[in-house]
Design a protein around this ligand. Structure first.
Ligand code: SAM
Length: 370
C-alpha cells in the first residue's frame, strides 16, 4: 500500500467515506503525491505536453502573447500568469522566442508543487514577485515563481496549458435510483468505490447530461470552474486562456465512458485504475467545456494555425533544405521544428486539444482574433 493510500484509509476510517476530489488531490499534491514528489511532464518524466514536445509551441505562444499585448494597447507592465507552470519549460521557450512585448513582459509561473517550483526557479532568471508584479516600466522581461495565483488586479493574460485536467473532479454515476456521488470507502482493508446518493450532486449531474443512460459516469468540474473564476478575478483587463483535452459537452464525456475521461498515466504509458497506486501515477480528467462556459472554444490545431505555426514550420523547412548537407545545429533544430509542428497540430493527438478563453469580467469581450 502506498503512503497516500494509507493516508486515505485513515481518513476513511475516521469519516466513513471520502470524496474522489479529496482522494485525487492527495494522490497528486500531497508531499508523497505524484506532482508533490516532483513527477510530471517531460521526456524524462511521465508524459509529454505541448511545451515538452519542443520550443516551437512556446514560439507560437510568444506570437499570441504579442497579439494580446497589442489588443490591450501595449500596457507596461503586461502580466502573463502561467497557471500550472510545472518546471517552467513553456516560460523558457516564450522568453527565448523574444516577443516584441518583452520590455513590458512580467511572466509569473504559478505552480502548486514545491518540487516543480524549485525546478522552474533553477531553469529561469527568477526575481522577487513584488518587483515582477509592480516596479518601473521597461524592466521586462522579468519572471517570478509563485505557489498560487497572485491577487491582482493586473492587466494581461492568465494562461494554463494542461492545468484544468489536473484539478480533481467530483465523480457521479447514474444508478437506477438517480445520480449518486462516487466516493471512496473501505472493503476488506482496501480502498473501494462507494455510491452515495446526494441531491445537490444529482441536480448538477442532471443539468449537464440529463439523457445519460443508467451506469453512466460524469465528472463535475467544480474545482476547474472555481480556478477559472479566481483567475478572471485577478485581471482588470485581459483574458484567461486554457489549453487542455476534453469535450465541448459533458454529455460527450458520458458517452466516452468513465475510463475514457478519467485516465491515469505513468512512465509514458497508461497507468492502472484510478484508485490503484495512489501517488505514483497521474490522474487526469477530460475537461467538460460546457461546465466552464468559455466565450471561445477552438482546437489547438486551429489556434496554432491562427498564430502562425505553418509560417514557422515553412521557415524551418527552408532552413533544413538549405543546411541539410552541412548538418549543423541550425539544420537539426530546423528539422526538429518541422516534426514538432506536425505533432502539435495532429488532429488525432495534441492538435485536437481545446483552447478555451474567458474575458476578465462577466459579459466582457472575447480575445480579438488575428
Ligand atoms: C499536466 S501538468 C502541466 C505542466 C505544464 N503546464 C506543461 O504543459 O507541461 C499540470 C501542472 O499543474 C500543477 N497544478 C495543479 N494544480 C495547480 C494549482 N491549483 N495551481 C498551480 N499549479 C497547479 C501541477 O502540479 C502540474 O505541475
Amino acid at each position: 500500500m502506498t503512503s497516500v493510500e494509507e493516508a486515505v484509509l485513515r481518513l476513511v476510517r475516521r469519516r466513513g467515506t471520502v470524496s474522489a476530489e479529496e482522494v485525487i488531490d492527495l494522490a497528486l499534491y500531497s508531499d508523497d503525491g505524484f506532482y508533490g514528489s516532483g513527477s510530471g511532464a517531460g521526456r524524462r518524466g511521465d508524459f509529454l505536453t505541448s511545451p515538452e514536445v519542443g520550443p516551437l509551441f512556446g514560439a507560437v505562444v510568444a506570437r499570441a502573447v504579442d497579439h494580446w499585448w497589442r489588443a490591450l494597447d501595449e500596457p507596461d507592465p503586461f502580466v502573463v500568469v502561467e497557471g500550472g507552470a510545472g518546471a517552467g519549460v513553456l516560460a523558457r521557450a516564450v522568453l527565448a522566442a523574444g516577443p516584441s512585448c518583452s520590455p513590458a513582459l512580467r511572466w509569473v509561473c504559478v505552480e502548486r508543487s514545491a518540487a516543480l517550483r524549485a525546478k522552474a526557479a533553477a531553469a529561469l532568471p527568477v526575481e522577487p514577485a513584488a518587483q515582477v508584479l509592480g516596479g518601473r516600466s521597461g524592466i521586462g522581461p522579468v519572471v517570478a515563481v509563485l505557489d498560487d495565483l497572485p491577487s491582482g488586479p493586473f492587466t494581461g493574460v492568465v494562461l494554463a496549458n494542461e492545468l484544468l485536467d489536473n484539478l480533481p473532479p467530483l465523480i457521479t454515476e447514474r444508478t437506477p435510483d438517480g445520480w449518486a456521488e462516487v466516493r471512496v470507502g473501505e472493503e476488506g482493508g482496501h480502498l473501494a468505490e462507494v455510491l452515495v446518493p446526494d441531491e445537490g450532486v444529482a441536480r448538477a449531474a442532471a443539468l449537464w447530461a440529463a439523457g445519460a443512460p443508467i451506469g453512466s459516469r460524469l465528472p463535475l468540474a467544480r474545482q476547474a470552474a472555481r480556478w477559472v473564476e479566481r483567475a478572471r478575478g485577478t485581471l482588470d483587463a485581459g483574458w484567461v486562456v486554457g489549453i487542455d483535452y476534453g469535450a465541448a459537452t459533458t454529455a460527450e464525456l458520458a458517452e466516452r465512458g468513465f475510463e475514457g475521461w478519467l485516465r491515469t498515466y505513468r512512465a509514458h504509458g497508461r497507468g492502472g485504475r484510478w484508485l490503484d497506486d495512489l501517488g505514483r501515477q497521474d490522474i487526469t480528467c477530460d475537461v467538460p467545456a460546457d461546465q466552464l462556459q468559455p466565450v471561445t472554444l477552438e482546437t489547438q490545431a486551429a489556434w496554432l494555425t491562427r498564430f502562425g505555426i505553418e509560417e514557422l514550420a515553412a521557415q524551418a523547412r527552408r532552413t533544413w533544405h538549405e543546411r541539410a548537407v552541412i548538418g549543423d545545429i541550425a539544420a537539426l533544430q530546423a528539422r526538429s521544428r518541422v516534426t514538432e509542428a506536425a505533432a502539435l497540430t495532429d488532429e488525432s493527438g495534441l492538435g485536437a486539444f481545446l483552447v478555451l478563453s474567458w474575458p476578465s469580467a462577466p459579459g466582457g469581450s472575447a480575445p480579438p482574433r488575428t
